[in-house]
Design a binder for this molecule. Sequence first.
Ligand SMILES: *Cc1c(COP(=O)(O)O)cnc(C)c1O
Length: 371
Amino acid sequence: MNYADLANAGVSDLPMYVPGKPIADVASEYGLPVEHVAKLASNENPFGPSPLAMEAVRECIGSMHLYPDGGACALRRAIADLRGVGEDAVMVGNGSNELIELMGHAFLRPGLEVVMGAQAFIVYKLVTRLFGATAVEVPMRDFGHDLEAMRRAITDRTRMVFVASPNNPTGIANDGDALLAFAKSLPEHVIFCFDEAYAEYLEAAPDLREAILAGHKVVCLRTFSKIYGLGGLRVGYAYGDRDLIALLERVRQPFNVNLIGQAAALAALEDVEFLEKCRGANNQGREQLSAGLRDLGFETWGGQANFVLTRVSDGARYFEALQKRGLIVRPLGGYGMHDFLRITIGRQDENERLLAEMGLLLSGDAKRKVG
Ligand SMILES: *Cc1c(COP(=O)(O)O)cnc(C)c1O
């Protein structure tokens, strides 16, 4: 009898999330100096963490022998103020990915269905499968969530529906009014998980609080991993109805967000100047990258978050070739998008390098065709 025989049904067949390769690995694999490797693969903030967050981390290092505040009170209070909701309507998690999993713990089981876009963030499908529920994947329209089709896919067995806006990996956002109408149109037995991982990059983020206050079942998820630049510390949060948050609090570990993460996140929330700077630079970088790619003849999409979607002849080959030159991007075969790359918007110099290398690969393609 081996371990697979002893495991719960389906565990051996669970698909696994494939993260981008760390910079140090790529450097040693291809014999490149570490500082020559740019990671444009995981939508991290190319400007690093906020200086205030770094300062807060330095200050709390001497306390890391102590357990963190299990209730994350200071951080939750600051988030509640920012979002304009009560403290008991906010919960923090070990990245928003943990909160997605906790939704599964609380609400999913075999026989239930979860509605999601066919090219939506892959963690929704992984968590659905983890709890033995069925992922109902709805075709998307021009890489955006087709809310009407998703509404039609809802049955008596649906327990949750996921929408990310802007979506990862496609970058397309849905209209705020349409999202609010969608939230209000859902039947009582369906919880709308609205993933706002890139909301801070939008000019005006959708606001679903009205639906929450009116009693519609909505939970909004945000993260410190993207514009706040704290991906390595794993902090995210959920806000929604206090009855929902109370249930999620029951299924989490007592100290799910560590001491350093809490301190850094609290300081990062207060660093409005850094946030504005990153948003502005991202807008310029997006323009640089999408215009540059289009000038080379690549089709581009999305561009409402901190990454650009582009079509190439062969995503895996471009990915390999770029990685060899010290540029890590994301191939999208896992999403069934074999001729696409998702490229995180980097600093100006990183974007320039990316464009130069893409140009070289393209002329290689042309020669290949002729030859
Ligand atoms: C990056 C991302 C997250 C954030 O995950 P964390 O666990 O908070 O790092 C969540 N949802 C989407 C769609 C993302 O792209």
